[in-house]
Design a binder for this molecule. Structure first.
Ligand SMILES: [Zn+2]
Length: 555
Protein backbone atom coordinates (compact mmCIF):
# COMPACT_ATOMS: atom_id res chain seq x y z
CA UNK A 1 0.00 0.00 0.00
CA UNK A 2 1.09 3.53 -0.73
CA UNK A 3 1.33 6.23 1.88
CA UNK A 4 -1.17 9.05 1.63
CA UNK A 5 -4.14 7.02 0.46
CA UNK A 6 -6.36 9.24 2.52
CA UNK A 7 -6.62 6.79 5.41
CA UNK A 8 -4.74 9.08 7.79
CA UNK A 9 -2.09 8.32 10.37
CA UNK A 10 -1.34 4.63 10.67
CA UNK A 11 -1.23 2.63 13.87
CA UNK A 12 2.26 1.21 14.27
CA UNK A 13 2.58 -2.31 15.72
CA UNK A 14 6.14 -2.97 16.85
CA UNK A 15 7.25 -6.18 18.57
CA UNK A 16 10.46 -5.58 20.53
CA UNK A 17 10.60 -9.08 21.98
CA UNK A 18 8.86 -12.45 21.91
CA UNK A 19 8.67 -12.89 18.15
CA UNK A 20 11.37 -15.32 17.15
CA UNK A 21 12.03 -16.50 20.69
CA UNK A 22 10.18 -17.75 23.76
CA UNK A 23 10.28 -15.02 26.39
CA UNK A 24 11.12 -11.31 26.34
CA UNK A 25 7.54 -10.38 25.43
CA UNK A 26 7.21 -6.70 24.67
CA UNK A 27 4.97 -5.19 22.00
CA UNK A 28 4.68 -1.48 21.31
CA UNK A 29 1.56 0.12 19.84
CA UNK A 30 2.09 3.63 18.57
CA UNK A 31 -0.41 6.14 17.20
CA UNK A 32 0.57 9.72 16.44
CA UNK A 33 2.15 11.10 19.62
CA UNK A 34 1.11 8.26 21.94
CA UNK A 35 2.48 4.79 22.56
CA UNK A 36 1.80 1.94 24.97
CA UNK A 37 3.49 -1.40 25.52
CA UNK A 38 1.79 -4.75 25.98
CA UNK A 39 3.82 -6.77 28.53
CA UNK A 40 7.45 -6.33 29.44
CA UNK A 41 9.21 -9.62 30.02
CA UNK A 42 12.59 -11.23 30.44
CA UNK A 43 14.14 -14.38 29.07
CA UNK A 44 16.04 -16.80 31.23
CA UNK A 45 19.43 -17.83 29.97
CA UNK A 46 20.00 -21.20 28.37
CA UNK A 47 23.35 -22.92 28.15
CA UNK A 48 24.43 -20.71 25.25
CA UNK A 49 24.29 -17.73 27.60
CA UNK A 50 26.68 -19.02 30.25
CA UNK A 51 27.10 -16.90 33.31
CA UNK A 52 24.30 -14.50 32.42
CA UNK A 53 21.42 -14.19 34.85
CA UNK A 54 18.76 -12.83 32.61
CA UNK A 55 18.13 -11.19 29.25
CA UNK A 56 15.82 -8.23 28.71
CA UNK A 57 14.59 -6.74 25.43
CA UNK A 58 16.62 -3.92 23.96
CA UNK A 59 14.51 -0.87 24.83
CA UNK A 60 16.35 1.67 22.71
CA UNK A 61 13.15 2.26 20.77
CA UNK A 62 11.00 2.73 23.88
CA UNK A 63 13.58 5.20 25.12
CA UNK A 64 13.43 7.09 21.83
CA UNK A 65 9.68 7.59 22.31
CA UNK A 66 10.39 9.85 25.29
CA UNK A 67 7.24 11.12 26.94
CA UNK A 68 5.10 9.82 24.11
CA UNK A 69 5.46 6.46 25.89
CA UNK A 70 2.45 6.50 28.22
CA UNK A 71 1.74 3.14 29.81
CA UNK A 72 2.41 -0.57 30.01
CA UNK A 73 -0.60 -2.90 29.89
CA UNK A 74 -0.12 -6.43 31.21
CA UNK A 75 -1.74 -9.74 30.31
CA UNK A 76 -0.46 -11.86 33.22
CA UNK A 77 2.28 -12.12 35.82
CA UNK A 78 4.73 -14.59 34.32
CA UNK A 79 8.32 -13.44 34.35
CA UNK A 80 8.52 -13.51 30.55
CA UNK A 81 5.76 -10.88 30.60
CA UNK A 82 6.61 -8.74 33.62
CA UNK A 83 10.26 -9.46 34.48
CA UNK A 84 11.72 -6.52 32.56
CA UNK A 85 9.41 -3.97 34.21
CA UNK A 86 12.04 -2.84 36.73
CA UNK A 87 14.45 -2.00 33.93
CA UNK A 88 11.93 -0.04 31.87
CA UNK A 89 10.20 1.64 34.81
CA UNK A 90 13.59 2.49 36.29
CA UNK A 91 14.08 4.80 33.32
CA UNK A 92 10.50 6.03 32.96
CA UNK A 93 7.96 5.16 35.67
CA UNK A 94 4.85 5.11 33.45
CA UNK A 95 1.56 3.70 34.80
CA UNK A 96 1.24 -0.08 34.67
CA UNK A 97 -2.20 -1.65 34.12
CA UNK A 98 -3.06 -5.22 35.08
CA UNK A 99 -5.49 -7.47 36.90
CA UNK A 100 -5.30 -7.54 40.69
CA UNK A 101 -3.20 -10.66 41.05
CA UNK A 102 -0.88 -9.61 38.23
CA UNK A 103 -0.33 -6.28 39.96
CA UNK A 104 0.16 -8.07 43.29
CA UNK A 105 3.09 -9.99 41.81
CA UNK A 106 4.39 -6.88 40.03
CA UNK A 107 4.24 -4.82 43.23
CA UNK A 108 6.45 -7.38 45.00
CA UNK A 109 8.93 -7.46 42.12
CA UNK A 110 9.24 -3.67 42.03
CA UNK A 111 9.55 -3.49 45.80
CA UNK A 112 12.48 -5.94 45.69
CA UNK A 113 14.21 -3.67 43.21
CA UNK A 114 13.36 -0.43 44.95
CA UNK A 115 11.35 0.88 42.00
CA UNK A 116 7.97 2.53 42.12
CA UNK A 117 5.41 3.33 39.44
CA UNK A 118 1.63 3.79 39.44
CA UNK A 119 -0.07 0.37 39.37
CA UNK A 120 -3.63 0.53 38.11
CA UNK A 121 -6.17 -2.28 38.15
CA UNK A 122 -8.35 -2.93 35.08
CA UNK A 123 -11.32 -3.52 37.38
CA UNK A 124 -13.25 -5.19 34.61
CA UNK A 125 -13.77 -2.11 32.46
CA UNK A 126 -11.88 -0.49 29.63
CA UNK A 127 -9.26 2.05 30.59
CA UNK A 128 -8.38 4.97 28.40
CA UNK A 129 -4.75 5.78 27.66
CA UNK A 130 -4.43 8.57 25.10
CA UNK A 131 -6.01 7.32 21.86
CA UNK A 132 -6.19 3.73 23.18
CA UNK A 133 -9.00 2.11 25.18
CA UNK A 134 -7.86 -1.15 26.74
CA UNK A 135 -10.35 -3.80 27.84
CA UNK A 136 -9.32 -7.01 29.62
CA UNK A 137 -10.81 -10.31 28.44
CA UNK A 138 -10.70 -13.25 30.86
CA UNK A 139 -8.40 -16.05 29.71
CA UNK A 140 -7.15 -19.26 31.30
CA UNK A 141 -3.42 -19.93 31.62
CA UNK A 142 -0.95 -21.46 34.08
CA UNK A 143 -1.30 -18.46 36.39
CA UNK A 144 -4.63 -17.12 37.68
CA UNK A 145 -6.16 -13.78 36.69
CA UNK A 146 -4.71 -13.89 33.14
CA UNK A 147 -6.31 -11.77 30.46
CA UNK A 148 -6.25 -11.12 26.76
CA UNK A 149 -6.75 -7.52 25.70
CA UNK A 150 -9.10 -5.75 23.32
CA UNK A 151 -7.45 -2.47 22.45
CA UNK A 152 -9.57 0.06 20.60
CA UNK A 153 -7.55 2.47 18.51
CA UNK A 154 -8.56 5.23 16.08
CA UNK A 155 -7.93 2.84 13.16
CA UNK A 156 -9.70 -0.22 14.56
CA UNK A 157 -9.80 -2.82 17.31
CA UNK A 158 -6.84 -4.99 18.18
CA UNK A 159 -7.23 -8.25 20.07
CA UNK A 160 -4.16 -9.62 21.87
CA UNK A 161 -4.72 -13.05 23.41
CA UNK A 162 -1.83 -12.92 25.88
CA UNK A 163 -0.71 -16.42 26.89
CA UNK A 164 -3.75 -18.63 27.02
CA UNK A 165 -5.45 -21.94 26.74
CA UNK A 166 -9.20 -22.50 26.69
CA UNK A 167 -9.72 -24.45 29.90
CA UNK A 168 -13.42 -25.35 30.14
CA UNK A 169 -13.10 -26.56 33.74
CA UNK A 170 -10.69 -24.08 35.32
CA UNK A 171 -9.94 -24.63 38.97
CA UNK A 172 -11.30 -21.22 40.00
CA UNK A 173 -14.34 -21.41 37.69
CA UNK A 174 -13.22 -18.28 35.81
CA UNK A 175 -13.84 -19.30 32.20
CA UNK A 176 -12.09 -17.83 29.17
CA UNK A 177 -14.49 -15.21 27.82
CA UNK A 178 -15.29 -16.72 24.45
CA UNK A 179 -18.54 -14.77 24.29
CA UNK A 180 -16.68 -11.47 24.40
CA UNK A 181 -14.23 -12.65 21.75
CA UNK A 182 -17.20 -13.52 19.54
CA UNK A 183 -18.84 -10.14 20.14
CA UNK A 184 -15.65 -8.34 19.24
CA UNK A 185 -15.39 -10.48 16.13
CA UNK A 186 -18.93 -9.52 15.15
CA UNK A 187 -18.12 -5.82 15.67
CA UNK A 188 -15.03 -6.19 13.50
CA UNK A 189 -11.42 -6.71 14.57
CA UNK A 190 -8.60 -5.13 12.61
CA UNK A 191 -5.79 -7.23 14.02
CA UNK A 192 -5.46 -10.40 16.10
CA UNK A 193 -2.21 -11.18 17.88
CA UNK A 194 -2.24 -14.73 19.24
CA UNK A 195 -0.03 -16.98 21.39
CA UNK A 196 1.98 -19.43 19.26
CA UNK A 197 3.79 -21.40 21.98
CA UNK A 198 1.92 -24.70 21.50
CA UNK A 199 1.02 -24.37 17.82
CA UNK A 200 2.86 -27.63 17.11
CA UNK A 201 0.44 -29.55 19.37
CA UNK A 202 -2.64 -30.96 17.68
CA UNK A 203 -5.98 -31.18 19.45
CA UNK A 204 -6.83 -29.43 22.68
CA UNK A 205 -4.63 -28.83 25.73
CA UNK A 206 -6.08 -30.76 28.71
CA UNK A 207 -7.62 -28.90 31.61
CA UNK A 208 -5.56 -28.10 34.68
CA UNK A 209 -7.91 -30.44 36.54
CA UNK A 210 -6.50 -33.46 34.69
CA UNK A 211 -3.28 -33.01 36.66
CA UNK A 212 -5.23 -33.24 39.90
CA UNK A 213 -6.54 -36.67 38.96
CA UNK A 214 -3.01 -37.91 38.26
CA UNK A 215 -1.64 -36.40 41.46
CA UNK A 216 -4.42 -38.07 43.41
CA UNK A 217 -3.30 -41.49 42.17
CA UNK A 218 0.25 -40.75 43.26
CA UNK A 219 -0.87 -39.42 46.66
CA UNK A 220 -2.92 -42.58 47.20
CA UNK A 221 0.10 -44.80 46.60
CA UNK A 222 2.74 -42.75 48.41
CA UNK A 223 3.96 -44.12 51.72
CA UNK A 224 6.75 -41.67 52.58
CA UNK A 225 7.09 -37.97 52.12
CA UNK A 226 5.75 -36.36 48.99
CA UNK A 227 7.75 -33.58 47.43
CA UNK A 228 6.21 -31.61 44.59
CA UNK A 229 8.05 -29.00 42.56
CA UNK A 230 6.35 -26.49 40.32
CA UNK A 231 6.71 -22.87 39.29
CA UNK A 232 6.11 -20.63 42.26
CA UNK A 233 3.56 -18.66 40.24
CA UNK A 234 1.50 -21.76 39.37
CA UNK A 235 -1.09 -21.03 42.04
CA UNK A 236 -3.67 -23.52 40.78
CA UNK A 237 -1.13 -26.34 40.77
CA UNK A 238 -0.21 -25.39 44.30
CA UNK A 239 -3.93 -25.35 45.19
CA UNK A 240 -4.42 -28.87 43.87
CA UNK A 241 -1.45 -30.15 45.87
CA UNK A 242 -2.72 -28.42 49.01
CA UNK A 243 -6.26 -29.81 48.51
CA UNK A 244 -4.87 -33.34 48.15
CA UNK A 245 -2.64 -32.89 51.17
CA UNK A 246 -5.68 -31.92 53.25
CA UNK A 247 -7.65 -34.90 51.93
CA UNK A 248 -4.86 -37.36 52.68
CA UNK A 249 -4.09 -35.93 56.12
CA UNK A 250 -0.75 -34.41 55.28
CA UNK A 251 0.69 -31.06 56.35
CA UNK A 252 2.28 -28.79 53.77
CA UNK A 253 5.61 -26.98 53.92
CA UNK A 254 6.62 -24.46 51.27
CA UNK A 255 10.36 -24.71 50.69
CA UNK A 256 11.90 -21.77 48.86
CA UNK A 257 11.45 -18.05 49.24
CA UNK A 258 9.61 -17.33 45.99
CA UNK A 259 6.98 -19.99 46.76
CA UNK A 260 6.21 -18.41 50.09
CA UNK A 261 6.02 -14.94 48.59
CA UNK A 262 3.77 -15.94 45.69
CA UNK A 263 1.53 -18.09 47.87
CA UNK A 264 1.18 -15.22 50.33
CA UNK A 265 0.15 -12.72 47.66
CA UNK A 266 -2.29 -15.17 46.03
CA UNK A 267 -3.82 -16.05 49.40
CA UNK A 268 -4.25 -12.40 50.36
CA UNK A 269 -6.02 -11.69 47.08
CA UNK A 270 -8.31 -14.70 47.35
CA UNK A 271 -6.70 -16.84 44.67
CA UNK A 272 -5.33 -19.53 46.97
CA UNK A 273 -7.22 -21.26 49.77
CA UNK A 274 -5.14 -22.82 52.52
CA UNK A 275 -7.11 -24.15 55.49
CA UNK A 276 -5.72 -23.01 58.83
CA UNK A 277 -3.30 -25.47 60.37
CA UNK A 278 -2.27 -26.92 56.99
CA UNK A 279 0.99 -25.07 56.59
CA UNK A 280 4.05 -25.93 58.64
CA UNK A 281 7.61 -24.67 58.55
CA UNK A 282 10.07 -26.89 56.68
CA UNK A 283 12.07 -27.23 59.90
CA UNK A 284 9.12 -28.62 61.86
CA UNK A 285 7.99 -30.83 58.95
CA UNK A 286 11.20 -32.75 59.63
CA UNK A 287 9.78 -33.98 62.93
CA UNK A 288 6.43 -35.15 61.52
CA UNK A 289 5.84 -38.76 60.42
CA UNK A 290 6.95 -39.07 56.80
CA UNK A 291 3.50 -40.05 55.54
CA UNK A 292 2.05 -36.88 57.05
CA UNK A 293 4.11 -34.42 54.99
CA UNK A 294 3.99 -32.77 51.58
CA UNK A 295 6.76 -30.41 50.61
CA UNK A 296 6.26 -27.95 47.78
CA UNK A 297 9.63 -26.78 46.59
CA UNK A 298 11.15 -24.37 44.14
CA UNK A 299 13.72 -25.54 41.62
CA UNK A 300 11.59 -27.13 38.91
CA UNK A 301 14.17 -26.16 36.30
CA UNK A 302 17.02 -27.60 38.40
CA UNK A 303 18.36 -24.10 38.91
CA UNK A 304 21.73 -24.16 40.62
CA UNK A 305 21.42 -23.54 44.35
CA UNK A 306 17.63 -24.05 44.31
CA UNK A 307 15.98 -25.96 47.13
CA UNK A 308 15.24 -29.04 45.05
CA UNK A 309 18.78 -29.31 43.72
CA UNK A 310 20.12 -29.02 47.26
CA UNK A 311 17.71 -31.71 48.44
CA UNK A 312 18.62 -34.01 45.54
CA UNK A 313 22.31 -33.59 46.40
CA UNK A 314 21.58 -34.32 50.06
CA UNK A 315 22.87 -30.87 50.91
CA UNK A 316 19.71 -29.19 52.20
CA UNK A 317 19.71 -28.09 55.82
CA UNK A 318 16.09 -28.95 56.59
CA UNK A 319 15.03 -31.60 54.10
CA UNK A 320 16.53 -35.01 53.52
CA UNK A 321 15.09 -37.61 51.20
CA UNK A 322 14.88 -41.24 52.18
CA UNK A 323 14.22 -44.33 50.09
CA UNK A 324 10.49 -44.58 49.48
CA UNK A 325 9.87 -40.83 49.37
CA UNK A 326 8.05 -39.56 46.29
CA UNK A 327 9.19 -36.65 44.14
CA UNK A 328 6.90 -35.12 41.51
CA UNK A 329 8.31 -32.70 38.95
CA UNK A 330 5.03 -30.98 38.11
CA UNK A 331 6.29 -28.53 35.53
CA UNK A 332 7.49 -28.38 31.98
CA UNK A 333 11.13 -28.48 31.05
CA UNK A 334 12.11 -25.12 29.63
CA UNK A 335 14.24 -25.79 26.55
CA UNK A 336 17.88 -25.41 27.48
CA UNK A 337 17.39 -26.96 30.93
CA UNK A 338 17.13 -30.59 29.79
CA UNK A 339 20.59 -31.59 30.93
CA UNK A 340 20.34 -29.97 34.32
CA UNK A 341 16.96 -31.62 34.92
CA UNK A 342 18.21 -35.06 33.80
CA UNK A 343 21.04 -34.72 36.24
CA UNK A 344 18.59 -33.67 38.98
CA UNK A 345 16.45 -36.75 38.34
CA UNK A 346 19.56 -38.94 38.49
CA UNK A 347 20.40 -37.52 41.90
CA UNK A 348 16.82 -38.02 43.14
CA UNK A 349 16.92 -41.68 42.10
CA UNK A 350 20.26 -42.00 43.86
CA UNK A 351 18.49 -40.91 47.07
CA UNK A 352 16.07 -43.82 46.56
CA UNK A 353 13.08 -41.63 45.71
CA UNK A 354 10.19 -42.59 43.43
CA UNK A 355 10.28 -39.88 40.76
CA UNK A 356 7.42 -38.77 38.51
CA UNK A 357 8.46 -36.48 35.72
CA UNK A 358 8.40 -35.69 32.04
CA UNK A 359 6.48 -37.04 29.14
CA UNK A 360 5.85 -40.49 30.56
CA UNK A 361 3.75 -39.09 33.38
CA UNK A 362 0.84 -36.64 33.10
CA UNK A 363 1.86 -34.71 36.23
CA UNK A 364 1.91 -31.48 34.26
CA UNK A 365 -0.23 -29.89 31.57
CA UNK A 366 0.66 -26.89 29.52
CA UNK A 367 -0.95 -23.50 29.98
CA UNK A 368 -0.86 -22.81 26.26
CA UNK A 369 -3.48 -23.47 23.60
CA UNK A 370 -3.13 -26.29 21.09
CA UNK A 371 -4.21 -26.12 17.45
CA UNK A 372 -7.97 -26.56 17.89
CA UNK A 373 -8.12 -23.82 20.52
CA UNK A 374 -6.02 -21.50 18.38
CA UNK A 375 -8.36 -22.10 15.45
CA UNK A 376 -11.41 -21.47 17.61
CA UNK A 377 -10.08 -18.09 18.70
CA UNK A 378 -9.33 -17.12 15.09
CA UNK A 379 -12.84 -18.16 14.07
CA UNK A 380 -14.45 -16.18 16.88
CA UNK A 381 -12.42 -13.04 16.32
CA UNK A 382 -12.36 -13.23 12.49
CA UNK A 383 -9.66 -10.58 12.21
CA UNK A 384 -8.84 -8.55 9.14
CA UNK A 385 -5.11 -9.07 9.87
CA UNK A 386 -3.27 -11.68 11.89
CA UNK A 387 0.12 -11.61 13.61
CA UNK A 388 1.32 -14.72 15.46
CA UNK A 389 3.24 -13.82 18.64
CA UNK A 390 5.10 -15.62 21.45
CA UNK A 391 7.18 -18.19 19.66
CA UNK A 392 10.31 -19.11 17.85
CA UNK A 393 10.27 -18.50 14.11
CA UNK A 394 9.05 -22.04 13.41
CA UNK A 395 6.08 -21.52 15.73
CA UNK A 396 5.15 -18.30 13.98
CA UNK A 397 5.33 -19.99 10.57
CA UNK A 398 3.18 -22.89 11.77
CA UNK A 399 0.65 -20.46 13.24
CA UNK A 400 0.33 -18.65 9.90
CA UNK A 401 -0.31 -22.03 8.26
CA UNK A 402 -3.01 -22.73 10.81
CA UNK A 403 -4.59 -19.37 10.03
CA UNK A 404 -4.72 -20.37 6.38
CA UNK A 405 -6.64 -23.51 7.38
CA UNK A 406 -9.44 -21.42 8.88
CA UNK A 407 -9.54 -19.16 5.86
CA UNK A 408 -7.51 -16.13 6.87
CA UNK A 409 -5.87 -15.06 3.58
CA UNK A 410 -2.09 -15.35 3.45
CA UNK A 411 -1.71 -11.66 2.58
CA UNK A 412 -3.53 -10.83 5.84
CA UNK A 413 -1.00 -12.82 7.90
CA UNK A 414 2.14 -10.98 8.88
CA UNK A 415 5.20 -12.90 10.00
CA UNK A 416 6.86 -10.24 12.08
CA UNK A 417 10.11 -10.52 13.98
CA UNK A 418 11.43 -8.32 16.77
CA UNK A 419 12.05 -4.82 15.46
CA UNK A 420 9.72 -5.17 12.46
CA UNK A 421 7.09 -2.47 12.09
CA UNK A 422 3.58 -3.15 10.82
CA UNK A 423 1.53 -0.08 9.93
CA UNK A 424 -2.24 -0.38 9.76
CA UNK A 425 -4.56 2.40 8.66
CA UNK A 426 -8.26 3.12 8.98
CA UNK A 427 -8.95 1.74 5.51
CA UNK A 428 -7.79 -1.61 6.83
CA UNK A 429 -4.65 -1.81 4.74
CA UNK A 430 -1.28 -2.86 6.11
CA UNK A 431 2.28 -2.17 5.14
CA UNK A 432 5.74 -2.55 6.60
CA UNK A 433 7.48 0.46 8.13
CA UNK A 434 11.19 0.91 8.56
CA UNK A 435 12.65 -1.51 11.11
CA UNK A 436 13.59 -0.23 14.58
CA UNK A 437 16.34 -1.32 16.97
CA UNK A 438 15.56 -4.59 18.73
CA UNK A 439 17.54 -7.35 20.35
CA UNK A 440 18.56 -8.73 23.71
CA UNK A 441 20.49 -7.11 26.47
CA UNK A 442 22.11 -9.41 28.99
CA UNK A 443 21.99 -8.56 32.64
CA UNK A 444 24.13 -10.13 35.32
CA UNK A 445 22.38 -8.85 38.37
CA UNK A 446 21.42 -11.54 40.83
CA UNK A 447 23.19 -11.06 44.10
CA UNK A 448 25.90 -8.86 42.68
CA UNK A 449 25.28 -6.40 45.39
CA UNK A 450 22.92 -3.61 46.17
CA UNK A 451 19.63 -2.87 44.51
CA UNK A 452 21.13 -0.29 42.25
CA UNK A 453 23.44 -2.85 40.70
CA UNK A 454 20.50 -5.04 39.87
CA UNK A 455 19.18 -2.62 37.31
CA UNK A 456 22.48 -1.99 35.61
CA UNK A 457 22.68 -3.24 32.11
CA UNK A 458 25.59 -5.53 31.50
CA UNK A 459 27.32 -3.14 29.17
CA UNK A 460 27.50 -0.48 31.82
CA UNK A 461 28.41 -3.08 34.37
CA UNK A 462 31.25 -4.38 32.24
CA UNK A 463 32.63 -0.95 31.56
CA UNK A 464 32.53 0.05 35.21
CA UNK A 465 33.42 -3.16 36.99
CA UNK A 466 35.24 -5.32 34.52
CA UNK A 467 35.04 -9.00 33.80
CA UNK A 468 36.52 -12.14 35.28
CA UNK A 469 36.45 -15.31 33.27
CA UNK A 470 37.05 -18.61 35.09
CA UNK A 471 37.58 -21.75 33.07
CA UNK A 472 37.91 -25.23 34.49
CA UNK A 473 37.27 -28.81 33.52
CA UNK A 474 35.93 -31.50 35.84
CA UNK A 475 35.85 -35.28 35.49
CA UNK A 476 32.28 -36.35 34.78
CA UNK A 477 32.27 -39.27 37.23
CA UNK A 478 34.40 -38.10 40.13
CA UNK A 479 34.06 -34.35 39.88
CA UNK A 480 37.81 -34.07 40.20
CA UNK A 481 39.29 -30.91 38.68
CA UNK A 482 41.27 -32.04 35.65
CA UNK A 483 42.19 -28.62 34.25
CA UNK A 484 42.18 -25.08 35.61
CA UNK A 485 40.76 -23.04 37.11
CA UNK A 486 42.30 -20.54 34.72
CA UNK A 487 41.33 -16.97 35.39
CA UNK A 488 41.36 -14.14 32.89
CA UNK A 489 40.31 -10.64 33.81
CA UNK A 490 39.57 -7.46 31.91
CA UNK A 491 39.16 -4.11 33.54
CA UNK A 492 39.52 -5.47 37.08
CA UNK A 493 43.24 -5.84 37.83
CA UNK A 494 46.26 -5.48 35.60
CA UNK A 495 47.84 -8.86 35.70
CA UNK A 496 51.37 -7.57 35.16
CA UNK A 497 51.09 -5.10 38.02
CA UNK A 498 49.35 -7.48 40.34
CA UNK A 499 49.82 -11.11 39.37
CA UNK A 500 49.18 -12.42 42.89
CA UNK A 501 45.62 -11.03 42.98
CA UNK A 502 44.48 -13.52 40.36
CA UNK A 503 46.63 -16.28 41.83
CA UNK A 504 44.90 -15.79 45.19
CA UNK A 505 41.53 -15.70 43.47
CA UNK A 506 42.42 -19.06 41.95
CA UNK A 507 43.19 -20.42 45.40
CA UNK A 508 39.88 -19.07 46.68
CA UNK A 509 38.08 -21.01 43.94
CA UNK A 510 39.98 -24.21 44.75
CA UNK A 511 39.20 -23.82 48.46
CA UNK A 512 35.51 -23.29 47.76
CA UNK A 513 35.33 -26.34 45.52
CA UNK A 514 37.13 -28.49 48.09
CA UNK A 515 34.42 -27.53 50.57
CA UNK A 516 31.37 -28.70 48.62
CA UNK A 517 29.95 -32.17 48.91
CA UNK A 518 31.23 -34.86 46.52
CA UNK A 519 27.95 -35.21 44.66
CA UNK A 520 27.63 -31.49 43.94
CA UNK A 521 31.17 -31.57 42.60
CA UNK A 522 30.08 -33.69 39.62
CA UNK A 523 27.39 -31.24 38.61
CA UNK A 524 28.66 -28.50 36.29
CA UNK A 525 25.83 -26.14 37.25
CA UNK A 526 26.64 -26.50 40.94
CA UNK A 527 30.35 -26.09 40.33
CA UNK A 528 29.68 -22.99 38.25
CA UNK A 529 27.61 -21.48 41.04
CA UNK A 530 30.33 -22.24 43.62
CA UNK A 531 33.01 -20.69 41.40
CA UNK A 532 30.89 -17.63 40.90
CA UNK A 533 30.17 -17.26 44.61
CA UNK A 534 33.81 -17.73 45.56
CA UNK A 535 35.02 -15.11 43.09
CA UNK A 536 32.29 -12.69 44.05
CA UNK A 537 33.29 -13.01 47.71
CA UNK A 538 36.95 -12.68 46.87
CA UNK A 539 36.67 -9.53 44.75
CA UNK A 540 34.26 -7.94 47.18
CA UNK A 541 37.16 -7.67 49.60
CA UNK A 542 38.73 -5.21 47.17
CA UNK A 543 35.41 -3.45 46.69
CA UNK A 544 35.18 -4.85 43.18
CA UNK A 545 32.08 -6.35 41.63
CA UNK A 546 33.16 -7.65 38.27
CA UNK A 547 30.87 -9.62 35.99
CA UNK A 548 31.92 -13.22 36.64
CA UNK A 549 31.63 -15.75 33.86
CA UNK A 550 32.43 -19.29 34.98
CA UNK A 551 32.88 -21.91 32.27
CA UNK A 552 32.83 -25.48 33.54
CA UNK A 553 33.51 -28.29 31.12
CA UNK A 554 32.95 -31.96 31.75
CA UNK A 555 35.61 -34.37 30.53
ZN1 LIG B 1 2.61 -17.12 30.55
Amino acid sequence: MKVGNGAGTPLRVIPLGGLGEIGLNLLVLEYQDAAIAVDCGVMFPDERMLGIDVAIPDITYVRSLGDRFQAIVLTHAHEDHIGALPYVLGERPVPVYGTRLTLGFVRERLRERGISAPLLSYDGTACRIGPFAVEPIAMTHSIPDSVGLAIRTPVGTIVHTGDFKLDQTPLDGRLPDLVRLGELGAEGVLLLLSDSTNVEHSGVTPSERSVGAELETIFRQATGRILVTTFSSHIHRMQQVIDLAVRFGRRVALVGRSLGVHAGIARDLGHLAIPDGTLVEAASARDLPRHRVVLITAGSQAEAASALVRIAMDAHKQVTLEPGDTVILSSRIIPGNERAISSLVNHLYRRGAVVHYGRGSPVHVSGHASQEELKLVMNLVRPRHFVPVHGEYRHLVRHVRLAAEVGIPTEACHLLEDGDVLELDASGSARRGERVTAGRVFVDGKGIGDVEDEVLRDRRHLSEDGLVLAVLAIAQQSGEIVAGPDLVSRGVVTEEANPEVLERAREAVLDALAGINPESRTDPAEVKEEVRKALRRYFKRFDRRPVILPFVMEM
